[in-house]
Design a protein around this ligand. Structure first.
Ligand code: NI
Length: 353
């Protein structure tokens, strides 16, 4: 695209026809479907003496380790069923225009797997696209709404929580997850020592990692709301703050049927304006020790700061985003237990204040 763009720019300059500054903007978005299919949508916008927006997608199957095409999950014999549904949907959005779209796989290979629907780009150059909810093609397609994946059916299995109110307690908390890179290993470490923690998750991450969330609940941890996409709430309008919070509660509820009781706004903001938008069943919490793990990205700094400052009923802030934090937890958990701390959730601290 870059070469094509530069070439066209040069031609334009030679012809003296360029009236405005040429622009080339490349953006992408991505989604992981069912913890297996990676979908990436590239948008190339360029403007020379005309402007155009081209959308292309790449889909990859992590399990089979190969590129994903439409026939990977829709049988060839069902292609005409799919074509019918796409064409019907097209009729609704492109009034008066007749679109021919034969039921052959090559016509349907430019697609994006969203959380709840599959989006087909019919003509990549003029943004004609159709979204088909998975639920409308469940008879021919094995993909499902993310919310149907990983729902905990056996919530009764939550481990019994032992807690001695007379013994020291401390709450480790991790913000900005979940992810597949560090969160599962973090859960492994906590599990090894039978320790509990609190995870403040982002709403727009939860759909992609239902299994990780499920583990959190089943292994006795607490999940808190960290807003949908980490916006600075104080800069938003009241209704936008409310939406950031509600959307996240709903996303978590949809994936694992769990309702967070705690919210930690990004950057630990706790203004009146934010508090006014909280539903009654959500408590705003921040922390008492900030490890600044994001800043130092140094295992020893995180460990030393925590051990030097910690006392009974402290809430420690970390992020499940860095390998250095993971290593710090590997050292801290046994050390804190050695010092007679019970590693508990933030709600458990609040209940025992
Ligand atoms: Ni954060």
């Amino acid at each position: 695209y870059k070469n094509k763009f530069l070439k066209e720019c040069k031609t334009n300059i030679k012809q003296g026809s360029s009236e405005h500054m040429p622009e080339l903007i490349l953006t992408y978005r991505s989604n992981i479907k069912n913890e297996r299919y990676v979908s990436i949508m590239f948008t190339t916008y360029y403007s020379i003496n005309y402007s155009t927006n081209v959308i292309e997608t790449i889909n990859y199957d992590l399990k089979e380790d190969k590129l994903l095409t439409i026939d990977s999950f829709i049988d060839n014999k069902d292609m005409d069923v799919l074509a019918n549904r796409v064409i019907n949907k097209l009729k609704d959005i492109s009034v008066g225009e007749r679109i021919e779209l034969a039921p052959i796989t090559s016509n349907y290979n430019n697609f994006y797997l969203g959380a709840n629907s599959i989006r087909f780009f019919i003509r990549s150059d003029d943004n004609l696209d159709v979204s088909i909810p998975y639920i409308n093609i469940e008879d021919i397609c094995s993909l499902r709404d993310n919310k149907e994946v990983g729902i905990i059916t056996d919530i009764l299995n939550v481990p019994e929580k032992k807690l001695d109110p007379n013994k020291k307690m401390i709450a480790l908390s991790f913000d900005d997850g979940p992810n597949n890179r560090y969160t599962p290993e973090l859960l492994n470490i906590l599990k090894e020592y039978n320790a509990r923690a609190t995870f403040f998750v982002l709403g727009d991450h939860v759909e992609a990692f239902p299994k990780v969330l499920e583990r959190m609940v089943l292994e006795g941890h607490e999940i808190g709301n960290h807003t949908f996409d980490h916006k600075q709430l104080s800069k938003l309008k009241d209704n936008e703050i409310k939406e950031e919070i509600d959307k996240t509660q709903k996303a978590i509820k949809a994936v694992i049927d769990y309702e967070p009781k705690l919210i930690r706004p990004p950057y630990g903001e706790k203004t009146k304006k934010i508090k006014a938008q909280l539903p009654d069943n959500l408590t705003l919490v921040t922390w008492s020790i900030d490890t600044l793990d994001w800043k130092s990205k140094n295992t020893n700094t995180v460990v030393n700061k925590t051990l030097k400052e910690c006392k009974d009923k402290d809430i420690i802030l970390m992020h499940d985003l860095y390998p250095t934090t993971l290593e710090a937890v590997r050292i801290l958990v046994p050390e804190l237990i050695q010092q007679d701390y019970q590693l508990v959730t933030i709600s458990e601290i609040l209940e025992n204040q």
